[in-house]
Write a protein that binds this ligand. Sequence first.
Ligand SMILES: Cc1cc2nc3c(=O)[nH]c(=O)nc-3n(C[C@H](O)[C@H](O)[C@H](O)COP(=O)(O)OP(=O)(O)OC[C@H]3O[C@@H](n4cnc5c(N)ncnc54)[C@H](O)[C@@H]3O)c2cc1C
Length: 480
Amino acid sequence: MQCHVKASNGTSVALSGMHSVDSSIVMSIESNTPDEPETIVVIGNGMVGLRFCERLVEYDLNRRYRIVTFCEEPRAAYDRVGLTSFFAHRDAEKLMLARREWYERVGIKLHLGDRACTIDRDCKTVVSSRGVEIAYDRIVMATGSYPLVPPIPGIRKKGVFVYRTIEDLQHIIQYAEHSKACAVIGGGLLGLEAAKAAFDLDLETHVIEFASRLMPRQVDDAGSETLVRKIEELGVHVHLSSGVQEVYGDRKVERIKFTTGESIDCEMIIVSAGIRPRDELAQECGLALGEHGGIQVNDRLQTSDSDIFAIGECTFHNGMIYGLMAPGWEMAEIMAANLCGDDRRFGGTDVSRKLKLMGVDVASFGDYETSDETVCSTVFSDPVAGTYRRLVFSKGGNHLVGGILIGDAADYGTLLSYVRSQEALPCSAGDLTAGSAGGATAVGTDMLPDSGQVCSSSNFSGTVPQHGEVSRGNRISARR
Ligand SMILES: Cc1cc2nc3c(=O)[nH]c(=O)nc-3n(C[C@H](O)[C@H](O)[C@H](O)COP(=O)(O)OP(=O)(O)OC[C@H]3O[C@@H](n4cnc5c(N)ncnc54)[C@H](O)[C@@H]3O)c2cc1C
């Protein structure tokens, strides 16, 4: 077997047999001396991979580590959460999270447009698609997810797009110039964001959702009705309880037929039917995966190989695959701190969030789905104003457990802090249900419990701190 050992400059040298190795090289490839930094290879330079690099640079005061990162995309980490803003400014630079000079200044070796394609765990090397070979001490996998395209007959045609990268958006913009109508498959969070983008590109827009409601994982039936009404008022067509049976057209999309028998003419399809963790590299090198994919990690974010860790959307932790920023950033923070001597665990993150979808505020927080006999819920709905507010309380109404807000989410921060503090409410359940929109007792920061914080890293709507900035919300969530 050919093996590789690390040279002092961090690159690796092939050893096919000791007689073939230059002795001067052997001298320089001895194992790490106490002063020599360990090499951490970060695979994936998305929002979580970059966050890990930033934190490790910040915490590693003794310069114990040297970071090498592989970035498959043609540009370094950018604000994927704010991707949709690209339609308005069309300037990829505006989305960049850290400049090339920053990587150079802090000594991170960034391999741009280069995919890590093999991990040799016996020789402890990573080899990339461009043939770069790095000897590692530890690996941090931050490979994210890919959009799932269901195997619908006819789906592999020109005019079908996904919505994940700047390049995807550039292709959508180009194709839209010669199109009239677009069908978005999937009425979840990303589907609605894609639909808004298609609508803004002056396309007749259809959202097709298999479930009987929009955002099936975040809102209930009544909340979805309010959302559908608001979205249809804008002029977007919503088709619920509809699957796509077949895509028709001569090499390019011309028409789609639903499982309901209905069909529509359209030249474009944006598929937003969920994401799957990028675990192929982990699988190839024999790391344990979750039942439905995802790189299995323990609370220290360690995979089945104690020198390989995984963070962000590619992980499977305690039965969960997270498709959100906040858990990924928390993992990045914990990972970096632990490498610098801390002993922190990732215990899961709550997936509360507040978003603006097609101009409509949508928020869900805490345990909003629970319906067992230990809770009771109240609903305040105003069809004229287009607002819906469902709050879930403990049986006696003294504690807030979770909730859904549609149309007006001004009270989100405060309500979330009530849930997190687990303290008795400072007002009645009725007052809280009517909230600021209902004209009853407005929920304000003066009513916060002592331990309350009106900030959450889940409470962001597309802006991510630029490199070097750390918002209070992020710090609090990371230490939670
Ligand atoms: C349009 C849009 C809107 C969103 N809005 C929100 C929101 O409002 N709130 C929220 O919480 N989340 C949102 N998300 C989700 C959020 O963007 C993700 O949770 C986050 O980007 C995950 O970060 P990550 O670094 O784990 O993965 P990614 O961002 O996917 O980054 C992984 C990177 O690794 C690269 N890679 C994979 N394999 C390799 C390899 N072998 N070698 C080298 N590189 C590799 C990939 O190409 C990619 O660049 C949104 C996502 C999208 C697409």
